[in-house]
Design a protein around this ligand. Structure first.
Ligand SMILES: [Ca+2]
Length: 174
């Protein structure tokens, strides 16, 4: 009987430690519309919007959501996101990631395939100013509007992020 109790206790301790290692998730959202002007031919005007992410933890997992209203062709568009630590990744590349031709709305990397590998953001501090950059690369089809974008960060709340000067921390995740 004593052994059974000991095993149950051990089991409870294991479960508790596994539970505490689960990732927490925080989502940050911008719903300010951003007009993406149609290209006059070649790369059009790049427009940007920033969003402050208030989170003092390292990125262990990340998704980015976009909702773009497109007059005609999503294949005209390119969208980049720049992290708080200034790592710029292209997510939307002329609709090669499986985005629909009109009104693409969904998450990278779960709904659409990002053009760049988003794991490059893992190990960076999540907190700070994030930037989205949108550009129309082909004449015609009219302006588009980025209605909303979100950054969802998975993190462990047991490890608070230090300042970004500790870039060596990033290597621990690679
Ligand atoms: Ca266009």
């Amino acid at each position: 009987m004593r052994h059974v109790i000991a095993l149950i206790c051990l089991g409870l301790i294991l479960c508790a430690s596994i539970a505490s290692a689960e990732l927490q998730t925080a989502t940050f959202t911008s719903t300010t519309p951003l007009t993406i002007p149609d290209s006059p031919g070649g790369p059009g005007t790049a427009v940007t919007q920033t969003m402050t992410v208030d989170l003092d933890y390292y990125i262990q997992d990340i998704r980015v959501y976009i909702d773009v209203a497109i007059v005609q062709w999503s294949s005209d568009l390119r969208i980049w996101v720049i992290s708080a630590w200034d790592t710029e990744l292209e997510l939307f590349h002329i609709a090669e990631g499986g985005e629909p031709a009109t009104n693409p709305m969904g998450w990278y990397p779960t709904d659409f395939t990002p053009y760049h590998d988003m794991t490059q953001w893992h190990g960076e501090g999540g907190g700070g100013v994030w930037t989205i950059v949108c550009q129309d690369w082909s004449e015609g089809g009219g302006d588009s509007v980025l209605n909303e974008w979100r950054v969802e960060i998975g993190y462990e709340d047991t490890v608070p992020a230090e300042g970004r000067t500790l870039t060596s921390v990033k290597s621990l995740f690679e």
